[in-house]
Design a protein around this ligand. Structure first.
Ligand code: CTP
Ligand code: CA
Length: 226
């Protein structure tokens, strides 16, 4: 919320942010999720609003407070998030995909609570659609920022995701490092683009990371190819 964040670099821009973890139901009272806290995505949504953007926040599971002035859409599963994001993509200038989307969901959702009738339980999982990759295929001028949560070979995996998903920027974080990743108020990220940018940021608050990402996006708007 310092001076730089107050400059309206994103005035009039429509920004869609996804945040939090998706919830993949097994039965009416049980589900699979992940360690995402939503803090990074919520910080981005709040900063984008302060920078003058019209912000839609599509959120999975989190305990964060909804930032003021942001259009809020809650979703549960990856399929719900897919629908919420795809239906808004045409009216969006910038998409920032900070959500931790479950890669798989249970093949079947039991309509009633499962009973402990057996000594073992096997659940088959099927792959969820990749929301960001779908946007990368459909985009025509929208600016796409992906995240890459890694525990090893950060640059190699992040660059792979940048190319495969046709992103304009990828924000990589080593989620196993101290002061980075899930649940912390700070993050340590590296930002990559397809032209060789490899910007290593020092440890900083997620709010400051958000400002850095959004300032970089604002400086590049209009120069991205569809
Ligand atoms: N993502 C998505 N839809 C999915 C899975 C991931 O939109 N079904 C997005 C995430 O929101 C993130 C980026 O893709 O912006 C990278 O997510 P990540 O989990 O790091 O990579 P994956 O492509 O899922 O590959 P893997 O988990 O195997 O590393
Ligand atoms: Ca994944």
């Amino acid at each position: 919320s310092g001076f730089f964040a107050e400059k309206k670099l994103l005035q009039g821009k429509k920004v869609l942010v996804t945040a939090g973890g998706t919830v993949e139901r097994i039965d009416p009272v049980r589900y699979l999720t992940n360690d995402s806290s939503g803090k990074m995505g919520y910080a981005i949504a709040a900063q984008a609003k302060r920078m003058g953007a019209d912000v839609v926040l599509v959120s999975g599971k989190t305990t964060e407070r909804v930032p003021d002035g942001v259009e809020f859409v809650t979703v549960e599963s990856a399929l719900d998030m897919y629908e919420a994001v795809l239906s808004r993509f045409e009216q969006t200038d910038i998409v920032i995909k900070a959500a931790a989307v479950a890669d798989y969901r249970p093949a079947e959702q039991a309509p009633q609570k499962l009973k402990k009738n057996n000594d073992e339980l096997t659940i088959t999982f099927v792959k969820n659609p990749d929301i960001l990759q779908t946007l990368g295929q459909k985009k025509h001028g929208q600016f796409l920022v992906g995240f890459a949560a890694e525990t090893e070979r950060v640059e190699e995996y992040a660059m792979g995701k940048l190319r495969k998903k046709n992103c304009d920027l990828v924000v990589a974080n080593d989620v196993s490092a101290d002061g980075a990743g899930f649940g912390t108020d700070t993050n340590i990220v590296r930002i990559y683009d397809a032209q060789g940018l490899a910007l290593q940021l020092p440890i900083m608050s997620k709010t400051d990371v958000a400002t850095r990402i959004l300032t970089l996006v604002a400086s590049r708007l209009g120069s991205n190819k569809g």
